[in-house]
Design a protein around this ligand. Structure first.
Ligand code: GLU
Length: 303
């Protein structure tokens, strides 16, 4: 089975940028004959948020745009056993790490040509003796990291071309017991048969790690398309504070889901200003090569 997916985190209502990415993921999947799957990434959201209906509103908003998903919804909070099994499968390359963030930041490491802002884990806990581990375990709850031997990985991105990046000993499970994003995404994409990952380009730097981990777990690296984000008129990534940016808030200003879909079509260069569109119409016009490669400004939200 070939499939693409949309994988929102239920932390807040989807804004037009998130919705545009969801439509793009659907267009990429459908235009290549793939199924389109939905995964709720709710590992890092506390119970209060989960209970406040954010997930249900996200699903309602996706449906309001006409997005239909294949198969059962997958919720990461139901998949703890799968993440634990993956860590077991990775064997003795997984090790406990007792470092605090501050300790990692303080462990000076000379840059080795890594991208800006990439601070590789310095390896402090990589080769501790069993005795040292036992001692540290008494005072700290360990995170789990994977030994990556300073790999550099290249991925092929539909929009960005060839992207290479470093893979350090990244975290698989946090010290507080929460499974890490990179582990969960990879385990789930393999299990769900996802072979096409379309998402915001803020996640591009995670792709080399995820591609590497996919191979370590015996999976096939998916095709990637990291799409430019939607920004506010100041050029800053769109966020809730930018006023009416969710379907609910836009509806209160007289703009319905059809208006949002028209805006998405225009912003992708797939429809003329004001032209009525459906997802199926956008699909007939979809051409990945013609997609904008720069951020799109959303300037329609009275604050
Ligand atoms: N859950 C992530 C987000 O909402 C997306 C993860 C992914 O697509 O790999 O930003």
């Amino acid at each position: 089975m070939a499939a693409g997916r949309y994988a929102p985190s239920p932390t807040s209502d989807l804004h037009v940028g998130n919705l545009r990415t969801a439509v793009l993921a659907w267009l990429f999947a459908r235009s290549t004959g793939r199924d389109f799957l939905l995964r709720v990434e709710d590992l890092d959201t506390d119970r209060v948020r989960a209970a406040d209906g954010t997930e249900a509103r996200q699903l309602t908003d996706l449906a309001a745009l006409g997005l239909v998903f294949d198969g059962e919804l997958v919720r990461q909070s139901d998949r703890h056993d799968a993440y634990a099994a993956a860590v077991t499968a990775l064997g003795d390359r997984v090790y406990e790490c007792y470092c605090t963030r501050r300790e990692i930041a303080q462990a000076a490491s000379a840059p080795h040509g890594e991208p800006d802002g990439f601070r590789p884990y310095p390896g402090t806990c990589r080769d501790l003796t069993e005795r040292e581990r036992a001692e540290r375990r008494r005072t700290r709850r360990p995170a789990l990291r994977i030994r990556a031997d300073d790999a550099w990985v290249a991925i092929a991105d539909e929009l960005m071309g060839r992207v290479t990046g470093p893979v350090d000993d990244f975290v698989l499970r946090r010290g507080d017991g929460v499974w890490a994003y990179n582990l969960a995404v990879v385990v789930d994409d393999i299990a769900m048969g996802v072979d096409q990952v379309v998402r915001g380009d803020d996640l591009l730097s995670s792709a080399p790690r995820q591609a590497w981990l996919t191979e370590q777990l015996g999976g096939t690296v998916p095709a990637y398309a990291h799409v430019p984000l939607v920004v506010n008129p100041d050029g800053v990534r769109l966020a809730k504070r930018d006023g009416a940016v969710s379907l609910t808030d836009l509806a209160a200003t007289g703009r319905d889901a059809a208006w949002v879909l028209r805006w998405i079509g225009e912003s992708l260069g797939l429809s003329a200003e004001g032209e009525a569109v459906t997802l199926d119409l956008l699909l007939t016009r979809f051409d990945p090569d013609a997609l904008p490669r720069t951020p799109t400004v959303f300037a329609h939200s009275p604050a």
